[in-house]
Design a protein around this ligand. Sequence first.
Ligand code: VG1
Ligand code: CO
Length: 560
Amino acid sequence: MSLSVRSVATTPFDGQKPGTSGLRKRVAVFQQEHYTENFVQAIFTAMPAPGPKNAVLVVGGDGRYFVKDAVQKIVRIGAANGIAKFIIGQNGILSTPAASAIVRKRQADGGIILTASHNPGGPKNDFGIKYNMRNGGPAPESVTDAIFAATRSISEYHMADIGNDIDLAALGTQKFDGFEVEIVDPVNDYVELLKDIFDFDLIRQFREKTPDFKLLFDALNGVTGPYGRRIFVDELGFSESSLEQCEPLEDFGGGHPDPNLTYAYKLVERVEKEAISFGAASDGDGDRNMVLSHDWFVTPSDSVALIAHYAAECIPYFKRSGVHGLARSMPTSCAIDRVAAAKGLEVFEVPTGWKFFGNLMDAGRLSICGEESFGTGSDHIREKDGIWAIVAWLNIIAHVNRSTPGASVRSIMQDFYSIYGRNYFTRYDYEEVESDGAARMVDRLRSFISETESDSGIVGKVFGGFTVAKVDDFEYTDPIDHSVSRRQGIRVIFDDSSRIIFRLSGTGSQGATVRIYIERFDPSSFDIDAQVALKPLVDAALEISQLEQFTGRKEPTVIT
Ligand code: VG1
Ligand code: CO
């Protein structure tokens, strides 16, 4: 018997343009007749050569509402487009890093990841679909542009008639006419990978010798609960009480599965109240992380720099193969640049979005990188990796404690600053503001772009004691494929190297989100509260942008 396929007539939907990380919309939008099908068909239509025929595809998501429905649609449409094998996480579950790891390990031709990441889930909230390439990384702009083009011209999609839904619960291979489905354990391969990267023995010994060291991991009811339990409790031996909100829920318990000081408030409160030595959280799909202790918050820009500083010294993966280069997204603070300079490594500054790191990793020029938005990772996969970052920290804490017993998150960061100085950093987010006002604000900022004093510009003007040296809109040429990405964020750079960056989010699903990133380097004072240290620049940012006038907002939604 051969596969029975039917074609369904459809018409394009507006706005199926993938953003910073896939297509994200309200669930109700995806539930419209043909909406999800159109986008999935567009992925197969645009899949880079040799296309979907006989391809192996990894499919899974963060467990949010609508993931299972989408998996069933992907199997039917994918099979009709020629996919030979689907590797699917049990019950449709795969964290984003685990999906990337499985694409690589199984040498699949790509993957479809079902997540809106840190955006809330449930019937009234967000869903998302992202396409990843053969290297396990998010599709580059050339491919997401081709997907978007396909959504604009679509007139039909193809569906395989397979009768009943696929059983997503039963591990093992199910054979159908013309294709097969393998349901895999979502956690196993990923845990094996991490055990190969980090020194689990060292962390275990440190835990046994240091009973006062308290860990608290909060999965925010996202996908990482089972991963966290396996690694922190089963493998490393921390107690069950080290886990918080580790039950994956379709609506993340109604919360924002975003590991920052605002949305991970339960963790932040417990860490303070119980004097936790090391607290950590990850986001809905497990690619972000936040680390802190009862007396220190590690800003993500510092976290990646710290990991880069210690990697070759104590993390087996890097001890074996070396560190080949570092990178950060443009708005991320320049702390990692200082580590690169000290260690004689190349460092790259790419636009916001993990997809820009992939080419450099594939070319062997990048080992460790991060984004200020709580994204940290390495070339072990091609996505950022929340649990990886948390275990990296445990590995480093255990290592430093060998020579300096009692070393804490705080003392480790203070030691780091005493070597490199401190790049104070903060980010202000204004979520879901009215789109028109935000666009007009950005247009006005764009009119300031200049390297010289000009009538319209602000170069040479002084704000809060800081003199503007240059205003530009970040543009990036990929060193490997030479593709150019323009308009990636407006940078106001001051003559002392302080920076203010303005960007509109590409992951929101409603209105616009304005992000303001602020950075100042201090070579000698490390212990000032970041909000205090950056207050003059925050005021300057609000004055330069006239944010309140354009958006009506007096206060940000989230401060990092
Ligand atoms: C945000 C972050 C960006 C990150 C992206 C995806 O994008 O700023 O650094 O790569 O989310 O993260 P934007 O366009 O909203 O600023 V995740 O964990 O949501 O996949
Ligand atoms: Co995420």
